[in-house]
Design a protein around this ligand. Structure first.
Ligand SMILES: [Zn+2]
Ligand SMILES: [Zn+2]
Length: 226
C-alpha cells in the first residue's frame, strides 16, 4: 500500500500514539498528551495571544489595536509540538495536522459563523502540495459543524520567506498581501493557521475580512511562539 493511503487509514483509525508508538485509540496516549505544553488564555494577551501578560493586553496591542479581536492557541510553540508541525510542513507529514486540529477544536471557544483557513500563495501551495492551515481547519469545521469557507480569501503576495525581516519590515511587507472576494456583512469569522509568531499575516488577513464586512475576526492557531 502506498504511504499516502496508509497515512489516511492511520488517520481514520489511529491505533498508535504519534509520539511514543504505544497502542491507543487517539492520536496521543494520555501520558504523551500531558507532556504537550498548553497555551493559557489567562496568562496571555487576548488580542495577539503572546504569553506572560497575565491575561492583559500586551504593550504592542495597547499601542496599536490589531485587526484581530481575539487570538487563541492550543499550544505554546515548543517541542514536541514544534517538531510535529515542522515535520508536517517540511517533510510532507500532513496527516499529523488533523489530530492537532482536533485538540484545538476542544478549546472552549465561541462558535463563529464562518471558518477560514489562512491561504498560502498559489506558488507555495504548488510547491508543498497542501495548505497546513486547511488540514488543521477541516476537523474543526467537522467537530463544531461550522462552514469552512474556501477560495474567497486569497494570498496575492508570496510573503512566506520573511523570517529574516525585522518586525517592522514584516508588517510593511504584508500590505495588500491578501484579497477577499465576497461579502461577510455581520459575520463572526475564525481564521485558522498553524503557528502565530508576529501575527502580521493573520492581522493583514483580518483587515481584509473586516473591510469585507466581518463584525469580528478571531485567530485560532495550533501554536503560539512565546
Ligand atoms: Zn504516547
Ligand atoms: Zn498583544
Amino acid at each position: 500500500m502506498s504511504n499516502f493511503f496508509s497515512s489516511i487509514l492511520n488517520y481514520i483509525t489511529p491505533c498508535q500514539c504519534i509520539l511514543c508508538g504505544s497502542a491507543c485509540q487517539k492520536a496521543f496516549c494520555p501520558p504523551c498528551l500531558a507532556t504537550l505544553v498548553r497555551w493559557q488564555a489567562t496568562e496571555s494577551c487576548p488580542c495577539c495571544a503572546i504569553p506572560n501578560t497575565q491575561g492583559h493586553r500586551c504593550g504592542q496591542c495597547l499601542k496599536a489595536s490589531p485587526a484581530l479581536d481575539k487570538s487563541y492557541a492550543a499550544f505554546i510553540y515548543t517541542d514536541p509540538v514544534a517538531s510535529l508541525i515542522q515535520a508536517a510542513k517540511f517533510a510532507q507529514q500532513w496527516t499529523l495536522l488533523p489530530p492537532l486540529g482536533q485538540i484545538l477544536a476542544e478549546l472552549p471557544l465561541t462558535r463563529p459563523d464562518v471558518l477560514i483557513a489562512l491561504p498560502l500563495h498559489a506558488a507555495r501551495l504548488r510547491e508543498r502540495g497542501f495548505n497546513q492551515a486547511l488540514e488543521i481547519a477541516r476537523p474543526i469545521a467537522e467537530k463544531l459543524n461550522i462552514q469552512l469557507e474556501m477560495g474567497r480569501l486569497t494570498r496575492q503576495k508570496n510573503t512566506e520567506h520573511q523570517a529574516r525581516l525585522s518586525a517592522n519590515a514584516r508588517w510593511q511587507n504584508m500590505r495588500n498581501a491578501f484579497h477577499y472576494a465576497g461579502d461577510l456583512s455581520g459575520a463572526r469569522v475564525a481564521l485558522i493557521d498553524d503557528v502565530m509568531t508576529s501575527g502580521a499575516s493573520l492581522n493583514a488577513a483580518a483587515n481584509v475580512l473586516k473591510a469585507a464586512g466581518a463584525r469580528e475576526v478571531e485567530a485560532w492557531v495550533l501554536a503560539r511562539t512565546a
